[in-house]
Design a protein around this ligand. Structure first.
Ligand code: PMV
Length: 348
């Protein structure tokens, strides 16, 4: 029996990688495994209304609204996504979709919405898939949602579940796969519970390099092979760090991953510099604060100028005070977002 019409509503969070995904093969297969914290506050909410068409269309039939307004500029991205996933969701051309989406974080804040956005959309579509296949196991639902989200934007596959998420096949982690992300399967020390991420909005403009161009840069990059190996090694190294809660080792590894990501961009052809002077000022201040106060706080970066400040919940008051006193001055319009590690996407 084909479902005639219905509605699905999901909220999916953003995520921040500790071990970075940068470089991919065909079909969004990552060149190396990656590990991320799922965020809590930074999220995309998507509602899909679907109606079965009299006759299967020759094209995808959908309307797009972003924060209440028609958003045609997203159409090509969604078209590409639908094309890629149609083999896995063969009903797509049999329905008309009304897709409405909104973000909890400020528009063009430099916070990528592709991870949370693609995860939310994949989950909404999986709701319809489940309507059509009611015997589907919950575990399969989650895996397939992550699998589909990956085809929208690689890192989106890590936004379905929380709180520490692993994506990419690697020897030490037998359950891990390139096809979808899974919850980190090993012991994680209590200090990482409610870990904080304060996102400093250094530069809110359009990114200088899209992640598509960025991943492309790793093809023929002189240091690519070494980098992919390093990410693998870092995943092996972080396992005992996460288990024991060795924060000083954690800080070293996470910061090194962030700087390596940017080093790859700086040493590519063409080369890019995505950090801004204020990014460096902030990094310097964090190092100074850590040295002076012995507080275990570190930074990580996405493919942009914003800085994610990571620290245990226990140090929250102290670190927030430091951020307000010393770092906010380097943020565009003094803007920052207080977030923390979260549990994953939620059906609303
Ligand atoms: O998912 P994409 O293709 O936008 O790539 C994201 C890459 C980084 O955010 C820079 C790193 C990561 O692992 O999330």
């Amino acid at each position: 029996v084909k479902k005639i019409e219905g509605k699905s509503l999901w909220q999916a969070p953003s995520n921040i990688a500790l071990i970075k995904y940068w470089g991919k093969r065909e079909n969004q297969i990552p060149a190396n495994p990656s590990l991320s914290f799922t965020l809590d506050t930074c999220a995309t909410t998507t509602v899909i209304e679907y109606r079965r068409l009299e006759k299967k269309g020759t094209d995808f039939d959908f309307e797009l609204f972003f924060e209440g307004r028609p958003m045609e500029s997203f159409r090509p991205k969604i078209e590409t996504f639908f094309k890629r996933i149609e083999v896995y969701l063969p009903f797509l051309k049999e329905y008309h979709f009304n897709i409405e989406t909104s973000n909890s974080f400020p528009h063009s804040s430099g916070i990528a919405s592709s991870a949370s956005g693609m995860a939310a959309l994949a989950l909404c579509l999986m709701d319809l898939e489940r309507e059509l296949n009611p015997e589907m196991e919950p575990d399969f639902f989650i895996k397939k949602a992550s699998f589909l989200a990956r085809l929208g934007s690689g890192s989106a596959c890590r936004s379905v579940e929380g709180d520490l998420v692993l994506w990419g096949g690697t020897r030490d982690f037998p359950k891990s796969t390139d096809l979808y992300a899974i919850k980190y399967p090993f012991k994680v020390n209590e200090v990482f519970k409610n870990f904080q991420d304060t996102i400093l909005l250094v530069h809110k403009g359009q990114k200088q390099v899209s992640s598509t161009v960025g991943h492309e840069l790793m093809h023929g990059h002189p240091f690519a092979a070494q980098r992919f190996l390093q990410a693998r090694n870092n995943l092996t190294l972080i396992k005992p760090i996460l288990a024991s809660g060795d924060l000083s080792a954690f800080v070293q590894l996470v910061e090194s991953e962030a700087l390596t990501l940017h080093a790859m961009m700086m040493t590519g052809n063409p080369y890019f510099m995505l950090m801004k002077p204020n990014t460096l000022e902030i990094i310097d201040k964090i190092w100074e604060f850590r040295r002076a106060t012995k507080t275990q706080v570190c930074f990580t970066l996405d493919a942009g100028a914003n800085v994610h400040v990571l620290y245990p919940e226990e140090g929250k008051d102290r670190v927030l005070q430091f951020i307000k006193n010393e770092l906010v001055a380097y943020c565009e319009n003094g803007q920052y977002i207080c977030d923390q590690i979260g549990v994953g996407a939620r059906k609303l």
